[in-house]
Design a protein around this ligand. Sequence first.
Ligand code: UGA
Length: 439
Amino acid sequence: MRIAVIGTGYVGLVTGVALSEIGHTVTCIDVDPVKVSQLNQGIPTIYEPGLKDLIQKNLTAGRLSFTSYHHEGLEQAEVVYIAVGTPQRTDGAADLKYVEQAALDIAGNISDNVIVVIKSTVPVGTNFYIRDFINQHTKDGIQIKIASNPEFLREGSAVKDTFHGDRIVIGAEDSATAGVIEAINQPFNIPVLKTDILSAEMIKYSSNAFLATKISFINEIANICEKMGANVEEVAKGMGFDHRIGPDFLKAGIGYGGSCFPKDTNALVQLAGNHHHDFNLLKSVIQVNNNQQSLLIEKIIQRFDDIKGKKVAVLGLAFKPNTDDIRESPALVMIPRLVELGAKVIAYDPIAIENTKRQLNCPVVYTTEIEEALSGADCTVIITDWPEVKNLDLSVFNRLMTAPIVFDGRNCYSLDSVRQSPIEYYSIGRPSSIPELIG
Ligand code: UGA
C-alpha cells in the first residue's frame, strides 16, 4: 500500500517507519526541511531505542522516504495518516490548528479518493469535522473517507509498543474503510477492535485518563501510607495480584508528566464540560498530580529549614527514563523552586540537558556525570529513575556528598539496601530511613 504520513514527531515518525518495516511504501511529510534532510540521511530526530536501525534499513530498502513537499507524498498515496501535534490551548482544550493545516494540505494535493487516518489525539467528533473540512476543499469530485486509529505507544518504548501493542483500535464509518486499515496493520499481528468513530476517539482519551487516575490514586495512597507508617510498594504489590486491578501503573512517585497525560486529562475535562458534564473525578486526578510535584520540596524545607546556599544535586531531568523529552517533567517545577529558595542546583541527565536548557531560565549547572553532580552536594533529589541512577552503588552518596541526604521522588532503592547504608533517605509513600534513628 502507498502511504503518506503527515508529521514526523514521536507518533508520525514511529508510525511511518513501522509501516515501512511491515512492507508498505511510506512517504513521511514534515514542514521542517532540516528535520527532513536529517531523516533522509538516516539520523533520527528523536531519541527512541531501536528507531535508528529501522529508519536506515527501510531507507536503504527504498520503502521509506521523507519530504517537506506535500505533493510528493500525497499525489500517489492511497492512505494518508495525520500524525501532527494537538497541543494544549490556554483553556485546556486541544488546539487543532496543525490538524486543520494537514487537512488543507491533503485537500490541495490528493489526486484521487483516499482514506485519511487520524492518529493524532483529537477531541471526540474531530474526525467527522476533518472529513467534511477536507471534502469541502478538495478538487471537484474527490471525496475522502476518514478513519480514527488512535495511538497507544509510550515514549522511550515506542518501537516496541508499535510492534507488540495490546490492541489496534479502528473507528470507521463503513466496514470497507475499516477493512483497508485492518489489512494495512495485519502484519503487526495485534488484536484489532473495529468500532465507530466517536467511540474510537473516546477510547484514546479514556485510556490515558484511566492510567493517569491509577497513578494519582496510588500517589494518594502513598501520601496516606507515609502518615501511617505503611509502605506503598507493599500495598501496590498486594493490590496488583488482583487481576481486576493489575500490577502496572501503580508506581508511586512525584507525579506523571510528559506530552500526553497532562494534556489529555485537561482536554477530557474540557470536552466533558462542553457537553455540560462536570468531570469531578478527573479534576481531582489532575489536582493530586499537581500537588505531588511539590512534595519533595516540602520535605527538603522540613529537613533543612533553609536551603539558601546549599548545593543540591538533581538526578534526572526527563519526564521519565529513555527519553530526552522534558515536557511537563516535575524537574521544570522543582528546579526553579529550589533556585528560588536560594539553592545552588547542579543537574544530571544523560540526554535531556539540551532540551532543559532551552526551557529553563534559571542558573543551573548541568552535567552528564552523576559523580560530578554528587561531589560536595548537601542533598540529592532524584526526579527521573534512569537505570544509571537506579543502579548506583549506594556507597557513592556517602563517598562524594558533604552529607549523604537523599530525597528520592521515584523510589529507586529498596528500603533494605538503604538501611544497610549510612544515607539519610526520604522517598514517596515509604518510611524514611534516618541512620541515627535506626541506631
Ligand atoms: C502515555 C501512555 O502510556 C501511552 O499509552 C499513550 O500512547 C501516550 O501517553 C500518548 O498518549 O501518546 P507516555 O506519556 O509516553 O505514554 O509515558 P508513560 O510511560 O505512560 O508515563 C507517563 C508518566 O507517568 C511518566 O511521568 C511516568 O513517570 C508516570 N508514571 C507511570 C508513574 O508515575 N507511575 C506509574 O506507575 C507509571
